[in-house]
Ligand binder design. Structure first.
Ligand SMILES: Cc1ncc(C[n+]2csc(CCOP(=O)(O)OP(=O)(O)O)c2C)c(N)n1
Ligand SMILES: [Mg+2]
Length: 898
């Protein structure tokens, strides 16, 4: 503690640039003081000093660089009159508190499903003030405020919805028991599970905060592009925990909001000073730390530290010692003042400087223990929200000091175990009831009955009127299906025709984007998103064509203004150029991909990025994209561990398809040819924007150039399902094999097919495996049905049906790890022999890399012969001979695997 006190004062003096400066300053202050004494006399000088001291206490001003004194930003004198009925609101809030607590404790009395009481207990006032006075629901011409509720406070949101009549007792009873008969409530905000209730998933710490920033930014983008016409602009509210601010995602993009003047966003950080294990900054002050960060980033910061009872005490302190004491105490001390009785606070907080004891002489210990923190005082919170919502030109963060587990008393108020508290004994329940005055009788209290005031009670009427006046309930996810006129496959005739000219699938995608931008129904709705890689993917011509969105337009003449593809920023630009932030780009993808729900304006994001920096880097946001029911296309460019060659280990991706396969609502595809890409995109557009399916696509695209063949007849269904025969082997050969290829490694399969026929008398059919995940999904669905209907005729899955009549050995070759094709191995007749790129990448030529991993033409030939030999369809000597013929070193060093 000592060292931290020292820190504070050291930082303060550091704000004057050097010690010498500081000395000079105090010399001149001394001189002024003496001058005043001489000219004005001691009495007047004393008055003057007192005035200055008061000013210092009440007017927030930077004291250490970016922080202001540890008091409320809005002084009591500037506080607006509270517009609500505090008494009724307190009763409503108390009932909500009770039901939220009862929901969790009940669920844990006969199950082990968990839940949280302490988080909402600390933030009830933060939400209730906003529910009664600020959050606006959706109405005609207004999409509603977009609110990111803190995940662990979910019980509080359910408890309120119960009072509003939106949820019933059975729902609350089944909190965290979603599979109970009749269903139950999801643990946290999950739109996937409660699609009419929750809008934004938040519980993976850090994702709510960063998504909210990009949501606010996307709202501006929609306006700038003339896609919405609201009667007023929605506010984005994000509620986060102080511990949550530890996550780099939480704070990593806050400068964006200031840079783009996003005054349509308000963050509320619930500073209860605790996270899961203990204090957030026991040795410091989280509020001050965050203030400095946000101010430095250009935000408007409103601190709500002390409740109304403190106003008088602060005012009466003429010594400045109270502020000094408030500032020198660290958060660990403040936590202790909650857990210990008032006598402890009197002795240790006020008693440190005997003058301060006089300030609280008139208060009993009990009263001292009840001196509220700002975040529990509706008047203080109202003042903060009012100022926040009216603030222009900057985003605002409200830093509200609260108590974790507020009201739980002995059961967990301010304790380090508070976060995990989910059980309460009868005595604790009685205390809770007493403290919040809940009308529940002694004989039933042990059952923790839910309590809902009658529909005609003052409380219910008040609460409903308030929500009605604000436009409806929140949270609520209201989706009115809007169909887009999307291009069909014939719009991509160029891709269907193919071309002898060599092109990569990334280049084909670039052309498709241009074609889509020419499509009348779709063009406006396209949102190309790129994290500083447009040139890598050859998409830089789009800069001039459709512009890069920038709220400031372009204030400078770009250095390349004379060129065709100059760097073009525009107020109504269509591209979201995110800079080097995959997290930000993914947040934009999610904002655009959920615009159909959050704005009733379907938008079609195409987010293209280095495939290595997709789910590997921001996998949790991919997962969330499924939960939030996002739509759109993710394009993992420069895919394939050997197709992208020179970049080496950290760039060469061979596993993102596997990652993408784990997301239930994601359709991962690995197209080999332009027409496949076109067929997949056209079908995806139909499924998402006509049929209204809540799914999204992951498309691996490559940078290897090769001729793009025309689309064979009757292959569309196979492309979409995941497998079709692309090129049958030559006829008239006795030995039969099958090679599954995908992506650009298909080229190995096709050349191997020729060699196998010419040199080894093997007729190998080449199949294009566009999606192993989709094949697997179909297979496991069928398998489960068969398992549970054992006496009925077994169904066959797509792979089994397609391959039923095929003979010989089956081989897959992939530029990804073997696990990707192996997903279907169980259903391939006689099993699947797989060649893939397991192991770390290297920088080298494609040829050498493919030999190293064993996915080049020669390795594919050898692999096929080996698979045939394993089935005794050829002699093993043929394999040995081929290894020799093809010049493959059998002792070639292997990629290291453990
Ligand atoms: C990414 C992530 N890491 C860890 C957790 C586990 N976790 C849940 S709540 C919590 C502490 C939250 O503390 P804080 O943000 O201060 O919220 P409070 O409950 O205090 O309001 C942690 C670590 C999580 N949900 N998400
Ligand atoms: Mg906390």
């Amino acid at each position: 503690m000592k060292s931290s006190k020292k820190d504070i004062y050291e930082t303060r003096s550091a704000s004057t640039s050097t010690a010498t400066n500081g000395d000079k300053m105090s010399e001149s202050l001394q001189a002024m003081f003496e001058l005043s004494l001489q000219n004005q006399g001691p009495e007047r000088t004393a008055q003057l000093l007192e005035k200055l001291a008061t000013q210092l206490r009440t007017e927030p001003r930077p004291t250490s660089g970016q922080t202001t004194p540890y008091i409320n930003t809005i002084p009591a004198e500037q506080q607006p009159v509270y517009p609500g009925d505090r008494d009724i609101e307190r009763r409503i809030k108390s009932i909500i508190r009770w039901n939220a607590m009862a929901m969790v404790v009940k669920a844990n009395s006969n199950t082990n499903v968990g839940g949280h009481i302490a988080s909402f207990a600390s933030s009830a006032t933060l939400y209730e003030v906003a529910q009664n006075h600020f959050f606006r629901g959706r109405s005609e011409n207004f999409p509603g405020d977009q609110i990111y509720f803190q995940g662990h406070a979910a019980p509080g949101m359910y408890a309120r919805a119960y009072l509003e009549g939106r949820l019933n007792e059975a729902d609350l009873q089944n909190f965290r028991q979603e599979l109970a008969p009749g269903g139950g409530l999801s643990s946290y905000p999950h739109p996937y599970l409660m699609p009419e209730f929750w809008q934004f998933p938040t519980v993976s710490m850090g994702l709510g905060p960063i998504m909210s920033l990009y949501q606010a930014r996307f709202n501006r983008y929609l306006q700038a592009r003339g896609l919405v016409n609201w009667k007023s602009e929605p506010k984005v509210w994000a509620f986060l925990g102080d511990g949550e601010s530890d996550e780099p995602e939480s704070l990593g993009a806050i400068t964006l909001a200031a840079r783009e003047n996003l005054d349509n966003i308000v963050w509320v950080v619930n500073c209860n000073l605790q996270r899961l294990d203990g204090p957030v900054r026991g040795n410091g002050k989280i509020i001050q730390e965050l203030e400095g960060l946000f101010r430095g980033a250009g935000w408007n910061v409103i601190k709500v530290i002390w409740g109304t009872e403190w106003d008088e005490i602060i005012k009466r302190d003429k010594s400045g010692l109270l502020l000094k004491r408030m500032e020198e105490c660290v958060d660990g001390d403040y936590q202790k003042y909650i857990v210990e009785p008032g006598s402890y606070t009197r002795k240790h907080f006020f008693g440190k400087y005997p003058q301060l004891l006089e300030l609280v002489n008139h208060l009993s210990d009990e009263q001292i223990s009840k001196l509220l923190r700002g975040g529990h005082d509706v008047r203080k919170m109202y003042a903060a929200y009012k100022a926040a919502t009216e603030h222009k030109g900057q985003p605002t963060v409200v830093l509200a000091k609260t108590v974790k587990g507020y009201g739980l008393g002995e059961a967990g108020e301010g304790k380090n175990i508070s976060h995990q508290q989910k059980k309460m004994n009868e005595k604790e329940l009685r205390e809770f009831r007493k403290r919040f005055n809940i009308p529940i009788s002694d004989d039933v209290i042990a059952d923790m009955p839910f309590f809902r005031p009658a529909p005609d009670s003052v409380e219910t009427k008040y609460l409903l009127e308030k929500r009605k006046a604000l436009g409806g309930f929140v949270p609520a996810r209201i989706v009115k299906p809007v169909t887009l006129d999307v291009p069909k496959l014939d719009h991509f005739a160029e891709m269907v025709r193919g071309s002898a000219r060599e092109a990569s699938t990334t280049m084909v995608f670039g052309r498709m984007l241009s074609l889509m931008l020419q499509h009348k129904g779709l063009n406006k709705h396209l949102v190309p998103i790129i994290p500083d890689e447009a040139r890598t993917f050859g998409l830089d011509t789009l800069f001039r064509e459709i512009g890069i969105y920038s709220p400031k337009g372009q204030l400078y003449e770009p250095v390349d203004s004379k060129t065709l593809a100059y760097y073009h920023e525009a107020k109504d630009g269509q591209i979201l150029e995110e800079g080097i932030s995959e997290t930000g780009a993914m947040s934009s993808f999610i904002a655009a991909g959920t615009s159909y729900a959050s704005h009733g304006v379907p938008m079609v994001p195409f987010y293209i990025y280095y495939s290595m920096f997709g789910p590997q880097r921001v996998g949790d946001l991919f997962w969330l994209a499924g939960d939030i029911r996002a739509k759109g296309f993710l394009l993992g460019a420069t895919s394939g561990r050997t197709s992208l060659n020179g970049e080496g280990l950290q760039h060469q991706d061979g596993h993102s398809l596997l990652h993408a396969s784990t997301i239930p609502t994601c359709l991962p595809y690995d197209p080999a040819f332009g027409y496949e890409l076109a067929a997949i995109v056209a079908d995806g557009l139909r499924r998402m924007y006509v049929e209204q399916e809540d799914i999204f696509y992951y498309l691996a695209v490559y940078n290897e150039n090769y001729p793009q063949p025309p689309m064979p007849a009757d292959c569309e269904e196979g492309i979409l399902k995941g497998l079709y025969k692309f090129k049958p082997g030559v006829e008239g050969k006795k030995i039969k094999a099958h090679i599954f290829g995908s992506g650009s490694i298909m080229q190995s399969a096709l050349k191997a097919q020729e060699i196998l026929a010419e040199k080894y008398g093997v007729s190998a059919d080449v199949w294009s495996a566009t999606s192993y995940k989709l094949l697997r999904t179909d297979a496991i669905r069928t398998q489960r049905w068969n398992m549970l209907h054992p006496t009925l005729p077994a169904k066959k899955n797509y792979v089994e049906t397609l391959l039923a009549k095929e003979q010989g050995a089956f081989v897959a070759v992939s530029d990804n790890i073997r696990t990707v094709p192996d997903q279907i191995a169980s259903w391939v007749p006689g099993g699947l022999f797989t060649l893939g790129t397991d192991g770390f990448g290297r920088s080298d030529t494609r040829g050498r890399l493919r030999r190293f991993f064993g996915v080049d033409v020669e390795s594919t030939v050898i692999g096929t012969l080996y698979a045939l030999a394993e089935k005794k369809l050829i002699d093993r000597k043929v394999v040995a001979q081929a290894i020799k013929d093809l010049g493959v070193d059998p002792e070639l060093v292997q990629p290291q695997l453990v």
